[in-house]
Design a protein around this ligand. Structure first.
Ligand code: C5P
Length: 324
């Protein structure tokens, strides 16, 4: 059985459904609320031009994966937003998750305080969207918990003030994101079986997204056709061509960060047939058709000292992506 194109013809409905299923992931237990925040990979990232506001115009296809952070929110009487993270350097009010909570408290003049406990698993500044996903999870959790009268478009507009890819994480799953990344079209598509497992390799460096975009020459811009082709292939249940997995930022990152270029070569040597940069990196992802080949490559790479995660595509309700 295949999915029909018509599922995409009603993005409003499919976005609503995705939003509702994510909302179900929020577990409220009295004055405590748990929520998961999934990581993403960029299957494509076409940078199509530079905007007058300093941002870049994008067409990017993103997919959430099961690697996730866990947040626990507790109501407090001190009227403040506090954050405690398993990575102490993130336990500060600049954390995007804390900013998200402050944004909603101020907008709705909420007097209750909230403590955010954040169990971090997603590597930081890695191109996996961890900070943005945490922020989106806080928005969704507090919207439900505090019963805030916010429509999805209103919540999306608030999310976009926190970061370009925060709106994507309100729905998650598979989506085409345009504009500076904040215009999200959820996609109903079939995930190719040859991509059932994903290895995510995080080289031991951090990459600042702003610097990668700043250094991007116009010669690395693309016309958006890779994103279009990839979407079409997935919707028709075909495996996209290798060239469709295009990331306009990859060439520059591989050139400027030899650690990333070396990691890409090592992933290929370990048996990956396709390796791409996620976002502005430095994390690379590689699809594998079966668990044994994925774990073999993972063990080989870990033995060489790499940080490698085994993951698969997921939807916000925790369901795996439908396979062809
Ligand atoms: O929106 P966000 O704060 O996540 O973006 C981080 C940085 O990445 C921006 O300050 C900008 O330099 C760059 N960026 C861009 N074009 C985009 C998204 C991000 O130039 N579409």
């Amino acid at each position: 059985m295949g999915y029909s194109r018509s599922m995409l013809d009603n993005p409003g409905k499919s976005m609503h459904n995705a939003f509702m299923s994510y909302a179900q992931r929020v577990q409220i237990l009295g004055d405590v609320c748990f929520v998961r925040a999934y990581a993403k990979i960029n299957l494509t990232l076409d940078v199509t031009g530079r905007r007058t506001d300093g941002y870049h115009e994008l067409a990017t296809v993103m997919q959430t994966v099961d690697l996730h952070d866990t947040l626990c929110l507790t109501g407090t009487g001190d009227g403040r937003v506090g954050i405690e993270c398993t990575r102490p350097e993130l336990s500060n009010e600049g954390n995007l998750a804390a900013q998200a909570a402050r944004l909603l408290r101020e907008r709705f003049s909420i007097s209750q305080g909230v403590l955010i406990e954040l169990r971090k698993r997603i590597p930081v500044a890695a191109g996996l969207g961890g900070g943005s996903s945490d922020a989106a999870a806080v928005l969704l959790a507090l919207q439900q918990w505090w019963r805030l009268p916010l429509s999805l478009p209103e919540l999306t507009a608030l999310a976009a003030t926190l970061g370009s890819d925060v709106p994507f994480f309100l729905t998650g799953g598979l989506a085409l994101c345009e504009g500076r990344g904040e215009r999200v079209t959820p996609l109903a598509a079939l995930w190719p079986p040859s991509m059932r497992w994903l290895l995510l390799l995080k080289p031991a460096i951090s990459v600042a997204t702003a610097r990668v975009f700043q250094a991007l020459p116009a010669s690395d811009y693309s016309d958006g056709s890779a994103s279009r082709e990839l979407v079409e292939a997935l919707q028709e249940g075909r495996l996209p061509q290798a060239a469709d997995f295009h990331n306009s930022l990859e060439r520059g990152v591989l050139e400027r960060y030899p650690e990333v270029a070396r990691a890409k070569a090592d992933l290929l040597q370990a048996g990956a047939s396709l390796v791409r940069l996620s976002g502005s990196g430095p994390t690379l992802y590689a699809p594998f058709p079966d668990l044994s080949s994925a774990t073999r490559a993972q063990e080989q790479l870990q033995a060489s000292g790499y940080e490698v995660y085994l993951a698969h595509a997921v939807y916000p309700d925790g369901k795996v992506a439908p396979f062809r």
